[in-house]
Design a protein around this ligand. Sequence first.
Ligand code: SAH
Ligand code: SF4
Ligand code: F3S
Length: 445
Amino acid sequence: MRTSFYIKTFGCQMNERDSEIMAQLLIQHGYAAMAAEEADLIILNTCSIRAKAEQKFFSLLGSLRQEKRRRPGLRIVAAGCVAQQEGEHIFERMPHVDVVIGTQQFWRLPELLQRLERGESKREIACGLDKAFVIPPFQKLLHDAPPQPSEFRKFVTIMQGCDNYCAYCVVPSTRGREISRPVADILEEVQLLVSRGVKEITLLGQNVNSYGTTNPVAERPVSFAELLQRTAAIPGLRRLRFTTSNPQDLSTELMRCFRDLPNLCPHFHLPVQAGSNAVLKRMNRKYSRELYLDKVAELRSFRPDITLSTDVIVGFPGETEDDFEQTMSLLETVRFHGSFSFKYSDRPGTRSLHFPDKVDEQTKGARLERFQARQDEISLERNREFLGRSVEVMVEGRSESGLQGRTGSNHIVHFAGPDSLQPGDLLMVTINHAGQHSLQGSMAD
Ligand code: SAH
Ligand code: SF4
Ligand code: F3S
């Protein structure tokens, strides 16, 4: 019987939460978490969003071939989005893999492992994707161990999959159709976590704004804004966040939550992807530059101090210099506090894979560099707006230079403070230094 495991997670927060569930399930089945070199079960929970993410997984998997020769008892599991996408092909390329398990099936990992242990099969695969899939309600029971002090914040998955079919994106094929989790399950899970000392919750989905509109499983559809209101009202929950939103479904009702719910953090990650209407259209994003800017203005009217971050893709097929300039000008107009920007990358099964006029690597690289350099300058300018202000900070832990915490606006803050401060504690900090990626301050009187 193999008893120790190690999980390496690639990709987004949804994958992180899935890895956490796999770990909890394995612990319930008698396994213990261990360092990679000692574990007799290695799970790679993979991401396929860009070609680089997939390459990282295959090169790590390749290097495990040697490891398995040295330790024939080692079992290797490929889970997550690349596993879903490649299925059986993973065994062909990487015969040392024992289990391939997809994004709707990872709950079954202990059962598949048991079959291998009993010698009922030599390898296992479970990659079914069902559009009537129901996120198992026992998810809430999996938070059964008391959280560690470091676990003052937790992710709660509220939906699976995505129906938007943006032209460049693998998620609809790797995660399946969009499915909302019943509101009662979500609230029960949050309540349970908060009662065990968790202070901050992030609700997770690829497209949270359309929560409840697809495959509603409640007695009546509940909008995302209503879900936020009901979650925010749970006594003891100090901070509430969510990710990710698609601008097309961003309702006024949701924006009002930023005015009305004191524990909803004033930070909004609102991926724009591109500033040119022609590119947005080809991307199959269902909003225009103008609509995006209107939403930003409306959001700021409800919560003037809200910080905004975004995702941008440069070099989408057919993107001209002029298109790219429009992305740059959108950055100047909104002045995002931060952004994640990527070179477009061809992905299997997506529509843009077959689009003409691919942009060459050099041009993509130059555009990305220009965008990021300007974003860095703006981030610094934005961070300087905090100088002299007192902000509420949640302690995250200790670093070499003292304590580290985070503002509701999602800024990292370094400050000095007494040893008695614990992760999850809230306090006021006056900001006296602003860098590009973090702030510094001292405890306010
Ligand atoms: N659901 C979110 C995005 C999830 S994927 C949304 O709708 O905005 C995270 C980010 O990866 C995307 O916002 C996009 O910027 C980037 N991305 C997705 N596919 C990509 C591709 N083929 N090439 C480059 N970047 C990509
Ligand atoms: Fe991908 Fe678009 Fe869905 Fe986001 S909304 S996950 S980018 S298809
Ligand atoms: Fe990656 Fe899958 Fe998340 S492709 S970004 S791990 S949904």
